[in-house]
Design a protein around this ligand. Sequence first.
Ligand SMILES: NC(=O)c1ccc[n+]([C@@H]2O[C@H](COP(=O)([O-])OP(=O)(O)OC[C@H]3O[C@@H](n4cnc5c(N)ncnc54)[C@H](OP(=O)(O)O)[C@@H]3O)[C@@H](O)[C@H]2O)c1
Length: 333
Amino acid sequence: MLEKFKAVVIDNQNEKFTREIKEIDTSHLKDGNVLVKIDYSSLNFKDAMILKDGGRIVRKFPFVPGIDFSGTVVESEDDKFKKDDKVILTGFRVGEVYFGGFSQYAKVDANFLIKIPKSLDTHKSMMLGTAGFTALLCSFAVKAKEELLLGEKVKDVLVTGATGGVGSIAIMILSKMGYDVHAVTGKKDKNDYLKDLGAKNIIDRKEFEGESKLLEKGVWDGVVDTVGGVALTKILAQTKPGGIVALPGNAGGIKINTNCMPFVIRGVKLWGIDSSGSSIKRRDFVWNEAAKLIDFSKVQTFTKELSFNELLDVYPKLLKGELSGRTIVNPNK
Ligand SMILES: NC(=O)c1ccc[n+]([C@@H]2O[C@H](COP(=O)([O-])OP(=O)(O)OC[C@H]3O[C@@H](n4cnc5c(N)ncnc54)[C@H](OP(=O)(O)O)[C@@H]3O)[C@@H](O)[C@H]2O)c1
């Protein structure tokens, strides 16, 4: 039986929302059949919404948030995993419905876990975390234009929310894939950072605000749009025939006001990305490709490592768009 361990616990009693670092024990970990000692978790947009007020995502309190983690199996009731296996978890509603990764231990369903590829480790895998995994899924969606659909070679790819976790890593992957990456950002002081990641060209976020025509000049072979909202209408109108728009996020709003023309005249494809529901086969494939496409020494330069205390101070900045790069959480710091 484990000693007590530390976790971030959010609660909502009598309309009063609280977040504290508490000591709990395994009797609190009611779901799942694999117990994992966590090395790292990471801070994602969804985590910040949940830490603020549950984000209308968490319904049962008290609750341990954290939508991803990496660590080592301590006990497994499932043959797929054994003690000392190194594992990654992202999504599957862990940190939303099931207790999550802002904890020194988690217990989850064996069907939610994958083994860490030999080319990665627990630190590298959470430097990527849900954001990096999503960036990989988006980049492979863009690449499908020339592979799965056997269309023309991809050349120009737009990435919105460029300084964010998904955007930053997508720029790195897409430039490694050999594409010309055009990075859209609202942060004027981040041009050098984006160029260093591999962006060829930087575009001011303002250019994707306001009304757009039914169809504009087609300039993008592919797009990774983490912003959604009004920007997406313009993006669809500017995508070349057969182009693919991968849409993982809605940092800029959920409403889109588009029309049929990009789809029926140009065959543009809007490819929704839900990393949380990806199959285990897809996860295995994508995580195994990560080391070939990502320069981890570069990711390290824009990754901050926080303790639980620091996490509770920093998460509001992410909601205000004041954080850039990746933030990993070390429960043992
Ligand atoms: N579908 C999935 O599986 C999945 C997985 C992970 C994340 N997501 C979603 O993807 C989005 C990005 O996630 P992330 O982890 O990269 O978040 P993040 O690190 O907070 O980055 C979001 C970026 O979007 C830009 N932005 C923020 N507010 C904006 C606004 N009002 N209008 C336009 N741009 C704005 C900012 O970049 P600039 O300042 O450079 O413009 C910001 O850095 C979020 O909506 C998140 O929920 C989805």
